[in-house]
Write a protein that binds this ligand. Sequence first.
Ligand SMILES: [Zn+2]
Length: 315
Amino acid sequence: MATTTFTRKSLGLESTEPAVTPPAKGAQTNFAKKPKLGAGKSKKRDIPEGLWTKCPKCETMVFDKELDANLKVCPKCEFHFPISASERIHSLVETCTFEEMDAEMTSVDPLKFVDKTSYPKRVQAHQAATGLKDAVLTGICKMGEHRVALGVMDFNFIAASLGSVVGEKLTRLIERATEKELPVIIISTSGGARMQEGMLSLMQMAKTSAALAYHGQRRLPYLSMLTHPTTAGVMASYASLGDLILAEPGAMIGFAGPRVIKDTTQAELPRDFQTAEFLLDHGLIDAIVPRKEMKQRFIEYLDFLDGRPRPAAPA
Ligand SMILES: [Zn+2]
């Protein structure tokens, strides 16, 4: 027997007079008599609660499955939600072509660093929470017809800070690409240096940049994609060294935060300061690429940039 489906809608309205006399328990309502509207068969009733996400930009409630199917982009206002490294890779590479490199590389604790917790405990907690060993996944994959060396950072792992593991994995990826004559694509997001690794973290900026310089000498293309947020040491090294520097819509991109810049320069900052759109207008980045177009755009850029004559490898 059908029962009424309106119990949830009464939230916050309990004190108001019902428009019609509520039916006795178990009685059929007019609504229930409508064909194929029997409660229990309604699609809405199959949706478990707590699986909706509120878009921070347009405040629409979006069903999580719909959000996932749309690559975590709000279907109403195109707001780009954060996306994990593995989801990103799935959205970009040809199925089953991603051969991960250095999957087991993890940080050591050279400084015996302790803040609220010890550094090894912090790393372990993030490993358990994210399923990642550190803040970047690297590997060789196929994108369209192109073999590509792909690195994807994940902000969920200690704010995708640039520690020794991130720097070393990216450097090995770039060196492999140079050796195999492959283009490099790095999808960046980062809060900056890995403070717990001190100077060793800063050295990764020079190491990754040097590897890219050798890669560039061979005239191999490097595409840098900046996603929300890409800041500090990552922005000041490999993220800003792309032959093409691309960004997702609305991404916050910069070196120091706006408050620091405002305090230092004592100047009023423009409204869109440090957004992808502002930086496109001012020439720092070459194009804004919506997530749903990203794979196709990468393939088009590689069609254009790859396959040119190259100087022979140095003896
Ligand atoms: Zn939205």
